[in-house]
Design a protein around this ligand. Structure first.
Ligand SMILES: [Zn+2]
Length: 79
């Protein structure tokens, strides 16, 4: 089990997510981002806009994703 924060995953707050795989944690942060989007949270809206800009450039998006995956993999295992 590893932990990453919303901010570390391109979000805007210090909420933590716990998962065994990067894909799982990415899904959790995405779900959280959607919830915050629905609440019209300004900080998350800004963060999501930046992510959407990144998504327009598939290469940059892929690079960002791989960077985050490596960050996740470098984290210590928690029990
Ligand atoms: Zn957040």
């Amino acid at each position: 089990m590893k932990t990453m924060t919303c901010k570390q995953l391109g979000g805007a707050c210090d909420k933590t997510f716990h998962a065994n795989s990067f894909d799982e944690i990415a899904g959790m942060s995405k779900k959280h981002a959607m919830e915050m989007f629905q609440k019209n949270d300004a900080a998350h809206l800004t963060a999501m806009n930046e992510m959407q800009d990144l998504m327009k450039k598939p290469e940059a998006m892929k690079e960002w994703f791989e960077k985050k995956r490596k960050e996740f993999e470098a984290l210590p295992e928690e029990n």
